[in-house]
Design a protein around this ligand. Structure first.
Ligand code: PLP
Length: 390
């Protein structure tokens, strides 16, 4: 086998990322030596509690907020659920109207469906062909009884980048009481996020999307924001999120965040440059189209390609033969087949819905990895198309 064939190229980082080795090392030490329950009063508990306090300090520094604004959860989905369901329930006396977009992750859209079943009314805002929400459509939609608006920061399927700060400002201008939730699961670690400046009341992030483990998430809750707990138990984290904290995961997630934010600008320059070179190359292949925005107006790590006459699943497995791992459309919600709501909402032609793959990078992706993937696409796409057309 040649060296090339042995190479593994992981380009599914929007689904999940590998942990940084430093993160695993730290977590290992905590698993084996600092295994106390942070609620215990003895030394082992105090030691564990210190890890959580330090993690809160790290996130408070990154998000430019107070440590009391930070809560730890089990994943991005849980953070979104607490914010939306807990936020809606705590504020329902003020109104029962909610606003979101047509391109949210299921963690948001399914929470909204649940709230509809509980008597709330939800407005689903459309997006343009680049997946962008028009801030003026938010202004038109906010009413006196609108208690919460939820707009994702970076879209997981096509890499749309929403004008969060402008949307936040408009929401508060129209109704200062309306809360603003931002799903930042794809953007945390890929952008500077300043909730206060962006008028954000709730912000969700997830460790496994930025080189820390699965099973740990983050929720920012702004000062004075009312939110009901949806878990009942021991009252940890001031009653909002009962359950023993995942100390190794929390400490690991904080270390990964610290590492990423220490060289964010340099990393973003590299990711955007790699994305552009890859797009320049693959769009020269006949019938290959890019979905969503490009350049600095897009997520730096997500590339969505529709390939005329080739089924995404077939292409995914052909790339897998070469140990190149990508996803079909968006595979991050579950493995059941589904039509991508984002692709439909952005007006993607029907014939492309089954012909779209997502390539997603991370700071561990090398330029050669994308070159190797582009070589593979140049070889495989014309070959598969010949077979499909017969
Ligand atoms: N929100 C977005 C935009 C996502 O991409 C994902 C996962 O892919 C989630 C929420 C859910 O995060 P988690 O897998 O941590 O529950």
């Amino acid at each position: 086998m040649s060296e090339l064939n042995e190479r593994e190229v992981y380009l599914d980082n929007s689904a999940t990322t590998p942990c940084f080795p430093e993160v695993v090392e730290l977590m290992n030490r905590i698993f084996l030596q600092e295994y106390g329950n942070p609620s215990s009063l003895h030394h082992k508990g105090v030691e564990a509690e210190k890890r959580i306090r330090e993690a809160k300090e790290t996130f408070a520094q990154i998000l430019k907020c107070r440590t009391d604004n930070i809560y730890f959860t089990s994943c991005g989905t849980e953070s979104d659920n607490i914010a939306l369901i807990g936020g809606a329930l705590a504020n329902e006396r003020q109104g029962k109207h909610l606003i979101t977009t047509q391109i949210e992750h299921a963690a948001v859209s399914e929470s909204m469906r649940y709230l509809e079943s509980q008597g709330f009314e939800v407005t689903y805002l459309p997006v343009d062909r680049y997946g962008r929400v028009d801030p003026e459509s938010v202004r038109d939609a906010v009413r006196d009884d609108t208690i919460l608006v939820s707009v994702m920061h970076m879209n997981n399927e096509i890499g749309a980048l929403e004008p969060i700060e402008e949307i936040g400002r408009i929401i508060k201008e129209k109704n200062p009481k309306t809360l603003f939730h931002v799903d930042a699961v794809q953007s945390f670690g890929k952008a500077v996020i300043h909730p206060q400046k962006m008028h954000i009341d709730f912000l969700a992030a997830s460790g496994h999307k930025f080189h820390s483990p699965k099973g740990v998430g983050l929720l920012y809750v702004g000062d004075g924001v009312k939110v009901k707990n949806i878990l009942f138990g021991g009252g940890q984290q001031r009653g909002l999120r009962s359950g023993t904290e995942n100390v190794p995961g929390i400490a690991g997630m904080a270390l990964a965040a610290k590492m990423i934010y220490s060289h964010l600008d340099e990393n973003l320059d590299r990711l955007y440059a790699m994305k552009q070179s890859f797009i320049d190359r693959v769009t020269k292949i006949e019938g290959v189209h890019v979905n969503g925005p490009t350049g600095r107006e897009s997520a730096p790590h997500v590339i969505s390609l529709s390939i005329e006459g080739v089924r995404a699943e077939v292409l995914l497995h052909a790339l897998e033969e070469k140990k190149i791992y990508v996803s079909a459309g968006s595979a991050c919600s579950s493995n059941r087949p589904h039509v991508s709501t984002t692709l439909v909402a952005t007006g993607t032609p029907r014939e492309f819905l089954d012909s779209t793959i997502r390539i997603s990078t991370s700071e561990l992706t090398k330029e050669e990895d994308l070159e190797y993937a582009a070589d593979a696409l140049e070889e495989i796409v014309p070959f598969l198309r010949r077979y499909t057309r017969r």
